[in-house]
Design a protein around this ligand. Structure first.
Ligand SMILES: Nc1ncnc2c1ncn2[C@@H]1O[C@H](COP(=O)(O)OP(=O)(O)O)[C@@H](O)[C@H]1O
Ligand SMILES: Nc1ccn([C@H]2C[C@H](O)[C@@H](COP(=O)(O)OP(=O)(O)O)O2)c(=O)n1
Length: 275
C-alpha cells in the first residue's frame, strides 16, 4: 500500500513538473505570436476550458481515437465504455478444474437470472465452429495451457454484446494475469466480486475422472498439467483480487446442494429471479 501511495505521489509530482514545462512551451509559443506569455497562457487555458465544455470536441477526439483502431468489433460509447451505455454486472467464477464452477453456475442462473459465460465452453465452441484459431485452441487445451487472452476476451466481448442480459457469471476466467489485464483494458469492466470454489486436488481429480463429458482434457496426464497451471497462474489472480477484498471463498468439498446454500447467501446482494 505504502509503495502504491508513493508511486501515486511521484506520478503527481512528475505531472505537475510537466505541466510547468508545458506552460513554459506555450509561453514561448505565445511570445512568438505576440502578447505577454502569461496572458497567452491564460488565453490557451480558457480555450481549453471552452473545448472541454463543447460536446463536439469529445466527438472529434473519439473519431481520432477510433480512426487508429483496427478492431471493427470494438463497440464503445462516446466515453470509451464497453458495451455502450448498458450497465453491466460481472461476477468472475474461479476455482481449480473440477471444483464445481459450472455446476453451481447453472443454479445461480436459475435463481438469480445471470447469464453464464464459460470461457472454456466458448473456446470449445470456437474449435467446433471451424474457425482459423480452432487448431491452436484445441492443441492448447489438450496441453492444459491457457489460450492467448486476445482470443478469449474477444469471445467474451462478443457474447456480452450479443446477450440481452446485463448480469454475467464469467466462469473459468481470468485464469492468469494476462487474462485479467486484457479484459480490464478492453472492457473497462470491474467484477462485482470473485466467487472462488476452494477444493482439494484429490477431490477435483476424482470428479474430473468421473465427469464423462467426452472432453479431450479430462485424462490424468492433462488433469495434472491443469492443476499445475492453476497453482502457478490462476492462484495469483485470486490473490490479486483478495488484496482488493473482492474474493468470496466457498468450501467446495461439500455436497452440491450444501454449497449452493453458501452461494445463495453471497448472491443475496442481487435480487432473486421472479419465477
Ligand atoms: N459438490 C460436488 N460434489 C461432488 N461432485 C460434484 C460437485 N460439484 C460438481 N460435481 C461433479 O464434478 C464434476 C466437475 O464439476 P464441474 O461443475 O464441471 O466443475 P468445473 O466447472 O469447476 O470444472 C461434474 O461431473 C459434476 O457433476
Ligand atoms: N480463461 C480460459 C479458460 C479456459 N481455457 C482453456 C484451458 C483450460 O484448461 C480449458 C478448460 O477450461 P474449463 O474452464 O472449461 O474447465 P476446467 O475448469 O478446467 O474444468 O480451457 C483457457 O485457455 N482460458
Amino acid at each position: 500500500m505504502g509503495v502504491e501511495r508513493g508511486t501515486g505521489g511521484q506520478r503527481r509530482t512528475i505531472k505537475a513538473k510537466n505541466r510547468g514545462e508545458e506552460d513554459k512551451k506555450r509561453g514561448n509559443k505565445a511570445e512568438e505570436l505576440g502578447g505577454t506569455p502569461m496572458a497567452a497562457v491564460r488565453r490557451i487555458r480558457l480555450q481549453l476550458a471552452v473545448n472541454l465544455l463543447n460536446p463536439y470536441y469529445f466527438a472529434i477526439q473519439n473519431i481520432a481515437v477510433m480512426g487508429t483502431n483496427t478492431d471493427s468489433s470494438m463497440i464503445q460509447d462516446s466515453n470509451g465504455a464497453f458495451p455502450g451505455d448498458r450497465k453491466i454486472t460481472v461476477v468472475f467464477v474461479l476455482g481449480g478444474p473440477g471444483s464445481g464452477k459450472g455446476t453451481q453456475c447453472s443454479k445461480i442462473v436459475e435463481n438469480f437470472g445471470f447469464t453464464h459465460l464459460s470461457a472454456g465452453d466458448l473456446l470449445r465452441a470456437e474449435i467446433k465452429s471451424g474457425s482459423e484459431n480452432g487448431t491452436m485452441i484445441s492443441n492448447m487445451i489438450k496441453e492444459g495451457k491457457i489460450v492467448p487472452s486476445e482470443v478469449t476476451v474477444e469471445l467474451l466481448k462478443k457474447a456480452i454484446l450479443e446477450s440481452g442480459n446485463n448480469k454475467f457469471l464469467i466462469d473459468g476466467f481470468p485464469r492468469n494475469e494476462e487474462n485479467r489485464a486484457t479484459f480490464e483494458n478492453v472492457t473497462k469492466l470491474e467484477p462485482e466480486f470473485i466467487l472462488f470454489f476452494d477444493c482439494s486436488e484429490e477431490e477435483m481429480e476424482q470428479r474430473l475422472l468421473g465427469r464423462n463429458q467426452g472432453r479431450d482434457d479430462d485424462n490424468i496426464e492433462t488433469i495434472r498439467k491443469r492443476f499445475r497451471v492453476f497453482i502457478e497462474s490462476s492462484l495469483p489472480v485470486i490473490e490479486y483480487y483478495d488484496q482488493k477484498g473482492k474474493v468470496r471463498k466457498i468450501d467446495a468439498m461439500k455436497p452440491i446442494d450444501d454449497i449452493f446454500e453458501d452461494v445463495k447467501a453471497i448472491f443475496a446482494v442481487f435480487p432473486a429471479k421472479v419465477l
